[in-house]
Structure formats: structure tokens, C-alpha cells
Design a protein around this ligand. Structure first.
Ligand code: G1P
Length: 294
């Protein structure tokens, strides 16, 4: 049986330059889709998948994320005195239990691989999940839960993938698909941000991973790859020589909130999916006479 995955790592050190000026003083992970910050979606997905310990790799100007996962006594007292019990319960439900969060800093922006490596001492010698909070999903069950189900049956490392348009492959890591069904197939290789004509597939790595701790030693030695950064994909490719990698083409759809278009689309889609917002939102959209404007 595979060793249980209890810990998840969330790299949240990125500068968010694509969202300036919104992210000048505010972490991009706190941008909201409807009324929840991006990071909350990733934490919710991890909890649904059974994660118990949440490790955030932060950077300068990211203190608000730590505050977000703490209690806010003044706010709670005010909600209570005003009888807003539902809002209060919701806030408390979103919090990980006391002592179940850790924060460490990536001191320099050296890439995703380096950010993950910064979590090595906290994670220790155990498998862990990795969730990139820019990427949020419409999926039931959640994407990490679907990957955990695949992990239960196989040893090694699991990577979530989805098809993208061929013109987008150069923005992502993509995998070489081997034998097996969508729920769990052999990955024979992967490459970070390939040119369209060199991409081995359009199955892209959409920001959800289950990794074995041996990745840390490889990350420690990893030289700079695409974009001059220490790339997780390169270290995974090296680990593939020692351990199996399984791809899960999950049921669901990703919204890349690291891009403005993905972020705006996610806001529309997630709003339409919320029973409390949908009817009013549809009415407002109708009033816009979109047909004329598009
Ligand atoms: C990172 C990974 C890439 C993955 C992507 C998903 O790239 O390196 O393999 O496809 O996240 O968002 P980044 O977005 O940091 O350039």
C-alpha cells in the first residue's frame, strides 16, 4: 500500500507581475474568484483530499496569506454580536486546525523547483501533495482527490493533466503519455514549456502533483532550465529514472487564474455555479445585451 499523503505544499512566493497594479501591495493568491481568494480554493481542494498539514512557501509582501488562515477575533466578535451566525460559521469552516499550517520563505525568485525545495525540512521524508494556487478547477470530486484515488492503487508519483489548445503548450509543462486509462496512465517523459512543434503532446501539467520526497535531493542539484529558472519539471524528469510517474487525466476543467483571461472567465463560471448568485447574475448579464457588444 502507498504511504499516506498528509502534507500539501502551496508555493505562494510569485510576484504576480501579470496582475499589476492589483498585486503591487497584495499577493496574487488573495485575488478573489467571486468572494473567495484563490488560495482558499486550493486549500479546500487539499482538505477534501484528506490533507492535514498545509505548508506555504511565501515571500516578501505575503503576510496577508498567513493572516487569512488565522482567526480574526474582532471580526468574529462583531459578526456574533450582530447575529450573523452563518457568516461566522463559514469563516471558521475555512480554517485549517490549529498547528496544522507552516510558513517558510523562498528568499529569491529562482523558480518553482526552488520554491518546492524550500519546503524540504518541513515536509521531511514523506510523500506530499503540491498545489499551485493559480490553477483552480471545476471538478467533482476535486482534482487532488481523484489523484489520491489513483495514488492508493499505485506507488510513486502522480501528476494531474488536462488537454490544452496546441498553441498554448509553450506556456506549460507537458507529458509523454504511455499505456493506461485516463484514471492512471504511465508517463514516459515530460518537458517544460516546449515549442509547439516540439511538444510531445498537448496534455499539460495543470498544477497538481503527488510527489515522493526523493524529489528534494534532485531539486538541490537541479541546474536552471526554461526561463533561467530551477524547474520542477526537469527534476521530475530525472526522478522518472528511479520511480514511476502516473498521469491522471482527471474529470473536470482548469481555469488558469495566472492569466487575466483565465481569471475573468473563472469569475463568470464560478459565479454561475453558485446557487446564491446565479439567478441575479444571469439577470445582470442579460441587461448587458452581450449579443450586441460581442
Ligand atoms: C508551472 C510549471 C508548469 C505547469 C504550470 C501550471 O509553470 O512549471 O509545468 O504546467 O506551472 O500552471 P509556471 O506557471 O510557474 O510558469
Amino acid at each position: 500500500m502507498s504511504k499516506r499523503v498528509r502534507t500539501a505544499v502551496f508555493p505562494v512566493a510569485g510576484l504576480g507581475t501579470r496582475f499589476l497594479p492589483a498585486t503591487k501591495a497584495m499577493p496574487k493568491e488573495m485575488l478573489t474568484v467571486v468572494d473567495r481568494p484563490l488560495i482558499q480554493y486550493a486549500v479546500d481542494e487539499a482538505r477534501e483530499a484528506g490533507i492535514e498539514h498545509f505548508v506555504f512557501v511565501t515571500g516578501r509582501n505575503k503576510g496577508v496569506i498567513e493572516d487569512h488562515f488565522d482567526r480574526q477575533f474582532e471580526l468574529e466578535a462583531t459578526l456574533e454580536s450582530r447575529g450573523k451566525t452563518k457568516a461566522l460559521e463559514e469563516l471558521q469552516k475555512d480554517l485549517p486546525s490549529a498547528g496544522r499550517t507552516s510558513f517558510t520563505r523562498q528568499q529569491e525568485p529562482l523558480g518553482l523547483g526552488h520554491a518546492v525545495w524550500c519546503a524540504r525540512d518541513i515536509v521531511g521524508d514523506q510523500p506530499f501533495a503540491l498545489l499551485l494556487p493559480d490553477m483552480i478547477f471545476q471538478a467533482k470530486p476535486g482534482v487532488l482527490k481523484q489523484m489520491m484515488d489513483a495514488y492508493e492503487e499505485r506507488a510513486g508519483n502522480i501528476v494531474g493533466v488536462e488537454e490544452c489548445a496546441w498553441e498554448d503548450v509553450s506556456s506549460y509543462g507537458v507529458v509523454v503519455r504511455g499505456d493506461g486509462p485516463d484514471e492512471g496512465f504511465v508517463i514516459n517523459g515530460m518537458v517544460e514549456k516546449p515549442k509547439r512543434e516540439e511538444a510531445p503532446s498537448n496534455l499539460f501539467i495543470s498544477g497538481r502533483y503527488i510527489l515522493q520526497p526523493e524529489i528534494f535531493a534532485l531539486l538541490a542539484e537541479q541546474t536552471r532550465g526554461a526561463g533561467g529558472e530551477i524547474q520542477l519539471t526537469d527534476a521530475m524528469q530525472s526522478l522518472m529514472g528511479q520511480q514511476p510517474f502516473t498521469g491522471v487525466k482527471y474529470r473536470g476543467k482548469v481555469y488558469d487564474c495566472g492569466s487575466k483571461l483565465g481569471f475573468l472567465t473563472a469569475n463568470v463560471v464560478f459565479a454561475l455555479d453558485r446557487p446564491d448568485i446565479r439567478p441575479g447574475f444571469i439577470e445582470e448579464l442579460r441587461k448587458l445585451d452581450l449579443e450586441d457588444k460581442l
